[in-house]
Design a protein around this ligand. Sequence first.
Ligand code: ARG
Length: 465
Amino acid sequence: MGNKQKMWAGRFSKQADERVNDFNSSISFDCRMYKQDIEGSIAHATMLGKQGIIEQGESEKIIAGLKEISQDISDGKLLFDPDAEDIHMFVEANLTGRLGDTGKRLHTSRSRNDQVALDIRMYMRDEIKNIVELVKQLLEVIIKLAKDNLTTVMPGYTHLQRAQPITLAHHLMAYAQMLLRDLDRFKDAYRRTNCMPLGSCALAGTTYPIDREFVADMLGFDEVCQNSLDGVSDRDFCIDFLTAVSTLMMHLSRFSEEIVLWCSWEFKFIELDDAYCTGSSIMPQKKNPDITELIRGKTARVYGDLNTLLTMMKGLSLAYNKDMQEDKEAVFDAVDTAKLCLITFIPMLETMKVIPENMRSAAAKGFINATDCADYLVKKGMSFRDAYKITGTLVAQCIEKNTDLENLPLEEYEKMTNLFNNDVYEAINLETCVMQRNSQGGPAPEAVKKQIEYTQNKLDKYKLF
Ligand code: ARG
């Protein structure tokens, strides 16, 4: 990187070491906030003019100049100068290049400390909207898949051991609840992000008669940050956001893990579309669920991003410290990663083929209806603990005889207690077991329909702000 005359050259007797320049510079990544930076500067210049801090005519020229810069950057006519220290310096220097002395008035009553806090908040508002849109799309896909699989019986697991029969719809709607909570967390993160720091200046406000509420209104903020020290040194909203993204990623990762299992030959509950799998360079038979594995893996890096912010902030005295420049790459990485994961996960799920017969036959193994057998006795008057014990004995007999509860002869049942009748077979039939689990939140199709309705309703009513 070159070493041009610095803005602060007057105070210094030497130029910065070339390596210090490179080390300090953030333009290679904060350039992605150029639109927010310019929009914030336009609001600031408007306020300066309105308040008579700079002349109205100068304010107008600055605004026009900033709009041109924004246009030139998006048209590719103006390239980011790697010699600029950061996006804020770059835009200001370019403005001064265009307007001369008038451009030098923009930074009146402002510091890069409050400027960068503003930019990152505006950037995050935009990206929270984008992520929320994708989460909503994913929820719609899940709901559709659930509606199509209300009666698709599959084993429900605990400890990854077959436990009780459920349906695929029931299983999917569990993920829908997680994603609804994610939407809630993003709403919360958005609310705390939507607070306007400009006017905090370097740390101690300003002697100029600024109008912070005006700037906040112009930029669509709900309120202004109440303390100037906090305004420039708060990154809680980034941590809130990264927590929300981390939790979302954790949900996607758990879902991914199940899909990895489900498409293995050991399960074969589903078949992923070829477009969302990869082959092996050596084993011709392979079809690997790379997307889901990568989502699991990328969850780790998002956790890393959250950890970066938490660790970066923990020892910082008030107010701004340069350490805080490290916030952006972590936030950007989490944004990019989450969006990429959602963008691939959604169509992968949409095109996934369910194999109901394999789910059904897996549910028939593993004595998944043992609880229902015990419940059968309870409904005939026995205490649950006694019924549990008898059923356990019957299961042990089945294992020994290499059969299952459905095929165990009635006389074996009757040996245990005369409460057993022929209707036990109906009670332990898997379809019956699922149908009867009609408690609120349960797997019975009627109960799942209600979950779907609830979720759709929440989704339709959801508003980020
Ligand atoms: N590039 C800096 C950052 O991202 C902008 C603020 C710099 N402020 C300062 N006083 N050096 O945090």
